[in-house]
Design a protein around this ligand. Structure first.
Ligand SMILES: Cc1cc2nc3c(=O)[nH]c(=O)nc-3n(C[C@H](O)[C@H](O)[C@H](O)COP(=O)(O)O)c2cc1C
Ligand code: SF4
Length: 437
């Protein structure tokens, strides 16, 4: 009998994974305010390892405190964090699952600024567009400092015996702010033509290689297309697929081990995570975001008033297009055709046959899954048992996403549960075992 492509192991240059399903990055505010890690995060990640995924790509892990998007995410900004990440890696490894840390910096794109820094660092000095958070265009010294912080983050991930690192160069965070023609308005060596916009990212890749050598897994998550004008038609569209294909060729030549294909020049974006924009649910949590940012009143009214609510929701879904499952596959295929390293593709996957066909037809080498695994932590085991799609699939309602700024990360679609109590019990299970039992 032919081997099921989903369960064929995959070998990268420096890493082997037992199957083709990776848990995609999902951030939740499980940790302590100062960025030290918490048992709840270990519990959270262990659920997916136990559920059968081959590897977990972590949540957004800030390489500096200034680079975080909200407090209460575990950071990798100092050596004191290494023991926590080692404990988390060990817990995941017990289930024959690999753990790849997403090295991240939010730049100007934050959700809640925290108390330490009033301004973000960015490629530009134009405010972050959703909340109106202020930022400054980074100086050469600040760029060098940030390059060094990424290299130190990779060193710490390796010292913690993790299996690799991913640079978060997608979805509007600091690397995207440099890469995107819609955001980067610099007139120095880090702005202008594509090669110069890619310079910061390529410098980080080189610094990581210099720090950890060539035998440690390094992958890059990148937005294949910016679609920066998806909601605000006054914005420029940003990078095209053709431009990203060029950047991926440079990354391949610079020695990265894999490319993880996403889309969108900001987060969330109609194409990522593709689905509904549940404004009714958002108004319950948006107060967390209202306390700062110059667009607070605009957004408060936009999301509270019925006509603008509906207009926003309609525009959101139109900008996505018809496809949710495999939304990034055509872009992944275009990138796969020109690079030598394996391609991971994110976006909507939860049907075994769709995943098999994507691999068989060389659109990508493996898929990464976020929401359908939040909904069904054991999705891989269900596939292994012969199910083609879970009995209670993820509905792409994005209630998990809009709750995550205020409430524990988990599935908030009550229609998937027998009762509200059952839903809450599932969400709260992340706090067992508790830190001080
Ligand atoms: C609640 C939530 C948090 C997320 N956090 C991150 C993150 O920290 N880093 C990242 O690269 N992507 C993040 N994403 C995007 C996912 O990794 C994934 O690429 C996207 O949701 C599409 O995959 P899906 O359709 O399987 O959910 C997040 C998505 C959700 C829903
Ligand atoms: S809340 Fe649940 S069903 Fe809705 S998108 Fe998130 S995981 Fe899927």
């Amino acid at each position: 009998m032919p081997v099921d492509p989903i369960f064929e192991p995959i070998a990268f240059r420096n890493l082997s994974v037992k199957n083709r399903i990776f848990r995609s990055n999902v951030s939740g505010r499980f940790d302590n305010y100062d960025g030290s890690g918490n048992q709840a995060r270990i519990n959270w990640e262990t659920k997916f390892a136990r559920g059968g995924v081959g590897a977990i790509v972590s949540s957004f892990v800030p390489v500096t405190i200034r680079g975080r998007i909200v407090p209460n995410y575990a950071t990798v900004d100092c050596d004191a964090r290494i023991p926590f990440w080692r404990a988390l890696g060990n817990a995941v490894h017990e289930h024959d699952c690999r753990f790849i840390m997403q090295l991240s910096h939010g730049g100007r794109q934050r959700d809640i600024p925290g108390i330490e820094y009033e301004q973000g660092w960015s490629a530009t000095e134009r405010d972050e567009p959703l909340h109106g958070f202020p930022c400054v265009a980074m100086t050469r010294a600040q760029i060098d400092e940030t390059v060094a912080a990424f290299a130190a983050g990779a060193r710490r991930a390796r010292a913690a015996d993790l299996d690799g690192v991913e640079l978060h160069a997608a979805n509007g965070y600091l690397f995207t702010q440099f890469l995107s023609s819609a955001i980067n308005d610099r007139d120095d060596d880090y702005g202008g033509p594509l090669r110069q916009r890619a310079r910061f990212l390529l410098e980080v890749v080189a610094a990581i290689r210099a720090e950890v050598g060539t035998d440690f897994h390094l992958q890059v998550k990148i937005s294949a297309e910016d679609h920066n004008d998806a909601i605000d038609r006054n914005e420029k569209p940003g990078n095209t697929l053709e431009e990203t294909v060029e950047v991926c060729k440079w990354l391949d030549a610079a020695g990265v081990d894999a490319i993880h294909v996403s889309s969108g020049s900001y987060f969330p974006h109609p194409r990522n995570p593709a689905g509904e924009f549940p404004v009714d649910e958002l108004v319950k949590t948006y107060d967390q975001l209202l306390s700062s940012g110059s667009h607070a009143l605009r957004n408060y009214l936009l999301f509270r008033l019925e006509p603008t609510q509906r207009l926003f929701e309609e525009r959101w879904e139109k900008a996505r297009g018809d496809r949710i499952e495999g939304i990034n596959l055509p872009a992944a295929k275009a990138i796969k055709a020109v690079v030598g390293v394996p391609i991971l593709c994110t976006g909507g996957f939860q049907t075994a046959e769709v995943i098999r066909e994507a691999i068989r037809q060389q659109f990508c080498d493996a898929v990464t899954i976020a929401r359908p695994l939040i909904a069904n932590n054991d999705l891989v085991q269900q596939f292994a048992a012969g199910m083609g799609r879970p009995a209670r699939p993820c509905t792409y309602c994005n209630k998990c996403l809009v709750n995550a700024v205020e409430n524990p990360l988990g599935c908030y679609d009550q229609t998937r549960f027998d009762s509200r109590e059952a839903m809450i019990a599932q969400i709260m299970s992340v706090f067992t075992p508790a830190p001080f039992e």
